[in-house]
Design a protein around this ligand. Sequence first.
Ligand code: NAI
Ligand code: OAA
Length: 340
Amino acid sequence: MFAARQSFNLLQKRAFSASASQASKVAVLGAAGGIGQPLSLLLKLNPRVSELALYDIRGGPGVAADLSHINTNSTVTGYNPDAAGLSDCLKDSEIILIPAGVPRKPGMTRDDLFNTNASIVRDLAKAAADAAPKAHVLVIANPVNSTVPIVAEVYKSKGVYDPKRLFGVTTLDVVRASRFISQVQKTDPAGEKVTVVGGHSGVTIVPLLSQSNHPSISGETRDALVNRIQFGGDEVVKAKDGAGSATLSMAMAGARFAESLLRAAQGEKGVTEPTFVESPLYKDQGVDFFASQVELGPNGAEKIHPIGKVSEYEQGLIDKCLGELKKNIQKGVDFVKSNP
Ligand SMILES: NC(=O)C1=CN([C@@H]2O[C@H](COP(=O)(O)OP(=O)(O)OC[C@H]3O[C@@H](n4cnc5c(N)ncnc54)[C@H](O)[C@@H]3O)[C@@H](O)[C@H]2O)C=CC1
Ligand SMILES: O=C([O-])CC(=O)C(=O)O
């Protein structure tokens, strides 16, 4: 408790000493939702954020008023869909996070969300491309494997696509991977770094345990761990029993990714995060987007790291991933072509 209070005080102190030259406006679209609210809270506590702009089809101003009483320096403004609400929210943003969209219920796959979320993401992408074409766009709404290509197609159609500034947020997969492996190995998760590549659903999530601190994990232990990382989202969907999917852990993961981008934008070198981006790694196999470790810089994705050495077992997982991923990506591209 004492340690938690100490680190919170430290965070507050840093908030008050953040320099004005580091002004960064961050917009959250879907800010009143299960992810949007705790994500906005974490961003309000981040001293690198100077202005927080919160948009939702309902409830944005309420969440903003609540957060605006927190005694950190950033301003918080809420926006409704009326008048120029969305474009005012987006204007001058450096980062746009998109958790807008419906979550899963038990028995559903992420792809089952496509019919509802594809058009939500397409419309928000249109507004973002018009109002803040240079912002970094962080797509959280599922199915990420398809919603990221949707944003890319919208930006292309408006002539403003920069692949270095579009990211599918897969941070939760590595957050889970490090937690789950620490539970098996009885270690501190803070020291466990597990690379997870591919996409963000079921078999497209490929943990590379051979590159972790525990490369010798094998047999049933390995299989169970890989399965738990691939289907970790289902655990939460089942436990919430119809009330949605991961929100709090996702908020932490999204805030971590935004913080990494801001650190990189503010000049820090060597900042890397795993993320689903347009990638050369498997383009020769017709897979244009792929998540891997990416070095971030002021202009976004500076360097896409190669996968590195993988075991035969992991190569099998990657092969399975690529087939599914290719279909998911194509579905997003086709959607925008037929529903511009
Ligand atoms: N990338 C990832 O790792 C994860 C992604 N997700 C996804 O994030 C999305 C959001 O999940 P939750 O926050 O739990 O859902 P939620 O239903 O609690 O919140 C969604 C919010 O979006 C808003 N919204 C709907 N249409 C909108 C529009 N056109 N413009 C602006 N706001 C709009 C709703 O009013 C609501 O406040 C889901 O698609 C979910 O599958 C969830 C967890 C992890
Ligand atoms: O499982 C879901 O539907 C939400 C999600 O993407 C995750 O928790 O990884």
